[in-house]
Design a protein around this ligand. Structure first.
Ligand code: FAD
Length: 487
């Protein structure tokens, strides 16, 4: 085969032996996609080998071997990350968890589920649902992303407004340090006030501190029958009014609060045959999707209907549908979840996942559209995202390949604008490769220096995902302070 190779169980030892013999820079082969490139196609690197251990012991042996030879390792789950964190950049060994699968515990009484790191989110959801539980995390990549990758990226998704991020729901983690030593943080305790919480450091560490091998989550009771509403709003102020109504009228039953703008709807319906527009003749610029899911479906549906009536009465909505209590209506969610997929089909896409005050979303999208249009007439700015979490997915799309003029018009402006508004340059996708140099826009220097010191404490040889998360200068300083020379 002309590209690199993937070794499973049988060839694991052989692969490691070969890579070890040849040294980190010796391999010149390139892995074929998908392992050396990402879902967006924006990041493509090189790797001599992808290891896919089946057991934790094999993964530990692989890490120990790589650490001894100072071979850099990139952990990879479902490879659906959007910031290039799982892509090997130069010649790192890819350590994939895709064979380390299986739900290991479902305790309906305690509301606890555990799974091995490579288990897909969809498989974990199915196992939890069979026991009357739900996973407090949901996102469009559920069929491919792995729970280990979800934790490593502290993935957000549509349920954060209800359950918080994974930081609030991960009860235990099993992990391997860079040299293969097991770090057992698996006690599934809701209260454990014993000093530094190391699992919190691993959540969102994007493969730079340890390989997560097992995850235990608090899994709430599955709600019986979600009620949905999809509302067309005449202004951005109206969108915020609807959000206020949702918090006030749905209370703790509020399970999701998402928004799409008209450009998102046009894009999704143009590129995806399974997506349709509930209000094809609406001229409204914004649409809000609300989900209520409490313990009494009829009660939630009634609350949702009252909310919709109030939104009409106050002018916050000019069109709307409310579903009766029942299964999660697939068509409305398909529209919202279809937007990132449609963007992928539409051509070039400049993706920005940012946090800022909801009041500032509209201004940022409009300014983005102005800048994009000045650079190129057919560029469209698209805004959608997690309204309840203050998380805007701002994208610019145009046909054909990426255009340097558009990129120059958008970056670094967009990140500087977010920083000036005291927002975050990464709301939920992480830092990875894409945003390492932008970290100083969201974190003060002493915080970055502490992050580098933590990296050295976990991984003194700088073996795990060495080119990700930390900006190059902090990585160099951290690596020099430790024993390694990478960066
Ligand atoms: C259609 C679509 C919709 C999405 N929607 C959302 C969304 O709503 N919210 C959201 O937050 N994200 C979303 N994402 C992004 C992505 O799905 C998440 O970041 C997801 O958590 C990544 O999981 P993964 O298994 O694919 O990780 P990967 O892409 O394989 O890896 C991501 C990072 O985690 C590290 N990593 C992976 N596994 C491990 C491990 N076992 N131990 C240590 N480090 C590891 C990698 O090195 C890398 O840095 C979406 C992506 C797509 C394609």
């Amino acid at each position: 085969m002309s590209g690199g190779r993937e070794w499973g169980e049988r060839g694991l030892g052989e692969a490691l032996a070969r890579v070890s013999r040849r040294g980190p820079r010796a391999a010149s082969t390139t892995l074929p996609p998908p392992r050396a490139s990402d879902w967006t196609g924006k990041f493509t690197g090189r790797s001599p080998v992808a290891l896919r251990p089946r057991t934790e012991a094999q993964a530990a042996a692989a890490l120990a071997r790589c650490a001894a030879r100072r071979l850099a390792v990139v952990p990879q789950g479902g490879n659906t990350g959007l910031v290039g964190g799982g892509v090997p950049l130069h010649d790192e060994v890819v350590l994939s968890t895709t064979r380390m699968v299986g739900v290991t515990r479902v305790d309906a009484a305690a509301g606890v589920v555990s799974a091995r790191a490579g288990t897909t989110l969809a498989a974990l959801e199915a196992a939890a649902a069979a026991a009357g539980l739900t996973i407090p995390l949901d996102l469009g990549a559920r069929g491919t992303c792995a729970i280990g990758g979800n934790v490593a990226t502290n993935a957000g998704g549509a349920r954060v407004v209800r359950y918080g991020t994974l930081r609030s729901t991960v009860l235990g983690l099993d992990a391997l340090l860079a040299d293969g030593t097991r770090l057992d943080l698996t006690r599934p305790l809701r209260k454990d006030n014993t000093g530094y919480d190391l699992k919190q450091l691993l959540i969102g560490s994007e493969g730079t501190l340890a390989l997560i091998t097992g995850v235990t989550l608090a899994a709430p009771r599955a709600t019986v029958a979600p009620a949905l509403a999809y509302l067309a709003c005449p202004t951005w102020a109206a969108v915020q009014d609807v959000m206020g109504l949702a918090r006030a009228r749905l209370g703790e039953a509020l399970a999701a609060a998402e928004f799409v703008d008209a450009a998102s709807v046009a894009l999704a319906t143009a590129h995806l045959s399974h997506v349709s527009n509930p209000f094809p003749s609406s001229a409204a610029p914004y649409f809000v999707l609300l989900e209520a899911a409490g313990v009494d479906g009829d009660h939630d549906a009634a609350k949702m209907e009252r909310l919709v009536g109030e939104a009409f009465a106050t002018g916050a909505a000019v069109d709307g549908v409310a579903s009766a209590a029942g299964a999660r209506p697939a068509a409305l969610w398909a529209l919202r979840e279809g937007v990132p997929v449609a963007l992928r089909h539409a051509g070039a896409c400049y993706k920005y996942d940012v946090s800022l005050a909801v009041a500032d979303f509209e201004g940022l999208v409009n300014e983005c559209q102005k800048r994009a249009t000045a650079a190129r007439g057919d560029a469209v700015a698209v805004g959608y995202g997690h309204l309840g979490d203050g998380n805007l997915h701002l994208n610019v799309s145009h046909p054909g390949p990426m255009d340097a003029r558009v990129l120059a018009a958008l970056e670094p402006w967009v990140y500087e604008a977010v920083a000036a508004a005291r927002g975050s340059v990464s709301a939920e996708h992480g830092i990875g490769l894409a945003k390492a140099s932008l970290l100083p826009l969201s974190k003060p220097r002493p915080a970055i220096d502490l992050m580098a010191a933590i990296k050295v404490a976990f991984d003194p040889e700088w073996v795990l995902n060495p080119y990700k998360v930390l900006p190059a200068d902090a990585a160099r300083a951290g690596a020099a302070g430790g024993r390694a020379g990478a960066g």
